[in-house]
Design a protein around this ligand. Structure first.
Ligand code: HSE
Length: 300
C-alpha cells in the first residue's frame, strides 16, 4: 500500500504592489498523510473547522484535476491533514491544500507532471497563481499569466530579513475581500503599481531595505480592502515606525505582513501587537524566516 507524506508551506501573497503576482513561502506547514483507500476521505486533525471531508475537499479536487491533466484516474486515497496555517487569514491555507493534492497525485502517478503543469492545475483550482506558486516553489515567487498558462520564477529572499506577521483573531473570506475590488483601474494607479512592483523585485535582488521601504505600497487592492480590515493602517504604521522596511495586507487579509531586518523583528512584532490592542483587536504576532523550500513529498 503506497503511503506519502506531503508538506506544503503557508504563503503570503501580494506584498503590497504585486497583486495576484508575488508570493512568499513561510515556515508554517500543512502536512498531509496520504494512503490508498476504498473511498476518498480527508480527516482534519483538530476538527477541521468546516473543511469538507469528502470529494469537495480542495486537496481531493486538486489531486483529481492533476490526474485528469495527464489523462489518468487517481485511485481513492485517505488523507490525514495536520496544519499550522490559520484558516481564512490571508496565509494561503487553501493554496496549501491545493498544492498538496496536486503534488501528491503527481507522486502517486510516478511524476508525470512537470512543475509548470502542477502550477497550472493548482492555479486553475485556486483561481489565481500567487499563493500556489510560492507554495510549490518556495522562497519569493513572481507568477505571471501567459497564453500557454501561468509561469512562475523564484528568487531567494534576503537572509538578513524577517517576515513579521500580525494574524487577527477574526477570519476574512477571500471571496469577500475580492468582491470589494473594482474591475477597472486608472492608468495612474496601474503605473504606480507597475513601478512599485518592479522596484520591490530590485529591492529583494539587492537586499536593499531602503528601496523596499518605498516600493512596498499599493493602489490596486489595499485601499479598497482597508474598510474590511480594522486597524490595517495603524498596524502597518506601527510596523514601519518600529523599523520595518515596509508592511502590507497579507494576501486578501486580514493578516498584516511586515518585512524587517532580523535584529528589529521582535520589536516590529510587539509594535504591531500593541497597535492592534490599542484598536481593541484580538490577534497574535510572530516573526518568521522565509522558507526556501516549496512543497515536499516523502514516501513513508
Ligand atoms: N492575490 C490574492 C488576493 C491572494 O489578493 O485576493 C488571496 O488568496
Amino acid at each position: 500500500m503506497s503511503e506519502l507524506r506531503v508538506r506544503v508551506p503557508a504563503t503570503s501573497a501580494n506584498l503590497g504592489p504585486g497583486f495576484d503576482s508575488f508570493g512568499v513561502a513561510l515556515p508554517l506547514l500543512a502536512e498531509f498523510e496520504v494512503k490508498s483507500a476504498r473511498a476518498w476521505a480527508v480527516d482534519v486533525d483538530g476538527g477541521g473547522d468546516g473543511i469538507p471531508a469528502g470529494e469537495d475537499n480542495l486537496f481531493v479536487v486538486a489531486a483529481r484535476a492533476a490526474a485528469r491533466s495527464v489523462g489518468a484516474t487517481l485511485p481513492a486515497q485517505h488523507v490525514t491533514q495536520r496544519s499550522t496555517i490559520p484558516l481564512s487569514r490571508g496565509l494561503g491555507s487553501s493554496a496549501a491544500a491545493i498544492v498538496g493534492g496536486a503534488v501528491a497525485a503527481n507522486a502517486i502517478l510516478g511524476g508525470q507532471l512537470d512543475r509548470r503543469t502542477l502550477l497550472r492545475v493548482a492555479s486553475e483550482v485556486e483561481g489565481h497563481s500567487d499563493n500556489v506558486a510560492a507554495a510549490l516553489y518556495g522562497a519569493f515567487t513572481v507568477a505571471l499569466q501567459t497564453p500557454d498558462g501561468p509561469v512562475a520564477t523564484r528568487l531567494a529572499f534576503p537572509a538578513g530579513w524577517r517576515v513579521c506577521l500580525f494574524v487577527p483573531g477574526e477570519p476574512l473570506p477571500t471571496e469577500r475581500s475580492r468582491a470589494v475590488l473594482s474591475k477597472e483601474v486608472s492608468r495612474a494607479d496601474a503605473v504606480f503599481n507597475l513601478s512599485h512592483a518592479a522596484a520591490l523585485i530590485a529591492a529583494i535582488l539587492r537586499a536593499d531595505g531602503a528601496l523596499l521601504s518605498v516600493a512596498m505600497n499599493d493602489r490596486l487592492h489595499q485601499p479598497a480592502r482597508a474598510k474590511l480590515v480594522p486597524g490595517l493602517e495603524e498596524i502597518v504604521g506601527a510596523a514601519r515606525a518600529a523599523g520595518a522596511f515596509g508592511a502590507a495586507l497579507s494576501g486578501a487579509g486580514p493578516s498584516v505582513i511586515a518585512v524587517a531586518p532580523a535584529r528589529l523583528a521582535a520589536r516590529v512584532v510587539s509594535a504591531m501587537e500593541d497597535a492592534a490592542v490599542a484598536m481593541g483587536l484580538r490577534g497574535r504576532g510572530r516573526s518568521l524566516r522565509v522558507r526556501a523550500a516549496g512543497a515536499t513529498v516523502q514516501r513513508a
